[in-house]
Design a protein around this ligand. Structure first.
Ligand code: NDP
Ligand code: 2IT
Length: 446
């Protein structure tokens, strides 16, 4: 055996990737879950799956120059990480945010491998983006940036090679500008991006899919434990794509959402956010610079500046903004306030210590790679609609989304159950890993 112990393996990862702390965090979690399982299979050991699975197949890093409205010439750094193609073409979103760097995108691409595997669809793992800040930019500046980004990205992607989509800072508008530029450069109208507008090849329900899928997963977790979302008080962080549709589905299923947030702070509405109030948020946040504090002004509720919503009393917490937005103190506060379930709409929003706290306190904890897989699942369904050129109805996509979230929940139960507790972290990691590892073995040492 190459490594004496799990700790020995993780020590080498720490040393080698010391400047990629989020990537180390994501690898640490997966390795802790799969170590014993993977060491029961001699094939995995002989073909050194663990060493191979943590190294991306390919990384592109490139210059993205663009001209601002005032004539200033700017440059950002663009990335695409093609991490694993074991079970399908690379698939995963693009993030435009000033905090983007190699370590952040590597953690996201690594998580995506297992998430995509859990969906049961044929999608490998990838992620990309740029350290570009869309806040305060005009539409023309966003278009100029997206076109310049695609001027390099187009040579690396394709409907059977790598299919990017949205993430933080990238929604339908940005996907449209990037698709237009791809088509112009390649003279090829193909399903090379997902999250497209349904007028020209996008799937109905893709904007809703991550948030709705998250709540379908929560519903599975609760009903498996003989509980229901009806009447529960829910704290949600973020106020972007995932948060908005998570909020909508919770309201529809009879829960009460009392918080939303952004990087400036959170709003607390003890009466609950109604569908009408949510529509105000959706309209407001079409402008990425708009602040959630306007909700408090409009509806005369509390805005807590510079803080996160985890101090509010709730039954269910759904972190839906960004990585490491919920730490050990937050976790303690949530559990001491009686929270029974936490499910991650964002990718890795809970710190390692927060996850340990939840598991030690037997809180139902749904990790992102299982709970937020609905978005990429409907992206996979968009790819299949593009291949067949036959669009599905909204209700048909919804049925597929529900059944995929149910299957992911069953996979977590299968690999994560012990006599008195479901460890969804282990369940998701092992359940996602096994298909990728077996596929790598079938395809040889490549
Ligand atoms: P959006 O850009 O639509 O919204 C992001 C939200 O998170 C905003 O409210 C934003 O606030 C907040 N936020 C972002 N960065 C930070 C930060 N550093 N600190 C505090 N708040 C922050 O993105 P999405 O809703 O699409 O994505 C949210 C999360 O969900 C991400 O973790 C993403 O990876 C994950 N995800 C997204 C999927 C999708 O289909 N879109 C699928 C699966 C997971 P502000 O406006 O102030 O920046
Ligand atoms: O993190 C994610 O799963 C996404 N941002 C969605 C990826 C996709 O390809 O739809």
């Amino acid at each position: 055996m190459k490594y004496n112990s799990k700790e020995d393996f993780l020590k080498k990862v720490d040393a080698k990737y010391s400047n990629e702390k989020e990537f180390i965090q994501a690898v640490d979690e997966v390795i802790n879950s799969i170590w014993d399982f993977s060491h029961q299979n001699q094939n995995y050991i002989d073909s050194n799956i663990l060493d191979r699975i943590i190294v991306p197949e390919r990384i592109m890093i490139f210059r993205v120059p663009w001209v601002a409205d005032n004539g200033e010439v700017n440059v950002n750094t663009g990335y695409r990480i093609q991490f694993s193609s074991a079970i399908g073409p690379y698939k995963g979103g693009l993030r435009f945010h000033p905090s983007v760097n190699l370590g952040v995108l590597k953690f996201l691409a690594f998580e995506q491998i297992f998430k995509n595997s859990l969906t049961g669809l044929s999608m490998g793992g990838g992620k990309g983006g740029a350290d570009f800040d869309p806040k305060g930019k005009s539409d023309r500046e966003i278009m100029a940036f997206c076109q310049s980004f695609m001027n390099e990205l187009y040579r690396h992607i394709g409907s059977d090679t790598d299919v990017p989509a949205g993430d933080i800072g990238v929604g339908g508008k940005e996907i449209g500008y990037m698709f237009g530029q791809y088509k112009k450069l390649q003279n090829n109208f193909t399903g090379v991006l997902t999250g497209k507008n349904p007028l020209w090849g996008g799937s109905l329900l893709r904007p809703e899919a991550t948030g709705y899928g998250l709540v379908y997963f929560v519903d599975e977790m609760l009903s498996y434990h003989k509980k229901s979302i009806k009447g529960m008080t829910v704290a949600i962080s973020g106020s972007g794509n995932v948060s908005q549709y998570a909020c909508e589905k919770v309201i529809e299923m009879g829960g009460k959402v009392v918080t939303l947030s952004d990087s400036s702070g959170y709003i607390y509405d003890p009466e609950g956010i109604s569908q009408e109030k949510l529509e105000f948020v959706m309209k407001l946040k079409e402008n990425r610079s708009a602040r959630i504090s306007e909700y408090a002004d409009k509806f005369n509720t509390k805005f807590v500046e510079g803080k996160r919503p985890w101090e509010v009393k709730c039954d269910i917490a759904l972190p839906c903004a960004t990585q490491n937005e919920l730490d050990e103190n937050d976790a303690e506060q949530l559990t001491s306030n009686g929270c029974i379930l936490v499910a991650e709409g964002a990718n890795m929003p809970s710190t390692k210590e927060a996850v340990h706290h939840f598991l030690n306190h037997k809180i139902l904890f749904g990790p992102g790679k299982a709970a937020n897989a609905g978005g990429v699942a409907v992206s996979g369904i968009e790819m299949s609609q593009n291949s067949t050129r036959v669009p599905l109805q909204r209700e048909e996509v919804d049925v597929l989304l529900k059944s995929i979230m149910k299957n992911i929940h069953q996979t977590c139960i299968r690999y994560g159950s012990s006599s008195d507790f479901v460890n969804y972290v282990d369940g998701a990691n092992i359940g996602g890993f096994v298909r990728v590892a077996d596929s790598m073995i079938h395809q040889g040492i490549v």
